[in-house]
Design a protein around this ligand. Structure first.
Ligand code: ZN
Length: 184
């Protein structure tokens, strides 16, 4: 939209206090140069902001199209750039797309994790000799060497259900299975 480099804009999350709801996170976008270059003022116009968010939604939808983009977690065509290299191992386009959906609609519009979840469950079954009746389920339950493990969405808000099963999210089971192993 602006034809500027990534480095021209800064973004992040800050916590804002409110009497009624406590601390709430806010995502901010700012011009990098002091006193501003006017880019964010332009984007803050409601019509331009709508256009920006629509373009962003089209972008994240294009990442899910395996004919146009096929990376397991992140690459230079989706989330990586030289400026965020310390975070490359943590970046996952599914998490980014789901976060956009949660901010806009309250919940992800589609299940972007089906394939990753099944492969991560099957890898854990092989690596740890765990068992699972239905690795393709929305929230598969693994029988482990200790407590059962329920594999949930990384943004699920019901982690650590006290009902017996331990919750582990698919993002960590995929990238850090050893860390999930230690939680059961
Ligand atoms: Zn990618």
């Amino acid at each position: 939209m602006l034809d500027v480099e990534v480095q021209e804009l800064d973004t992040g999350v800050r916590l804002v206090g409110s009497v009624t709801s406590g601390l709430q996170p806010e995502i901010f976008l700012a011009d990098t140069i002091e006193n501003g270059a006017g880019y964010v003022s332009y984007l803050a116009e409601p019509a331009h902001f709508d256009q920006l968010v629509r373009a962003l939604e089209e972008l994240v939808d294009s990442w899910a199209d395996s004919d146009r983009h096929s990376c397991g977690t992140s690459c230079y065509r989706c989330l990586r750039d030289p400026g965020n290299s310390p975070y490359h191992p943590l970046l996952d386009w599914r998490l980014a797309a789901d976060t956009l959906d949660v901010v806009r609609y309250g919940t992800p519009r589609v299940d972007r994790w089906a394939q990753t979840r099944r492969l991560a469950v099957e890898a854990a079954m092989r690596a740890f000799s765990w068992e699972c009746d239905d690795p393709g389920a929305d929230e598969p339950i693994l029988t482990t060497h200790r407590r059962p493990l329920r594999v949930v969405h990384p943004l699920a808000d019901h982690l650590n259900d006290p009902g017996g099963a331990v919750d582990g999210d698919v993002f960590n089971l995929n990238l850090r299975p050893g860390a999930v192993y230690l939680t059961v």
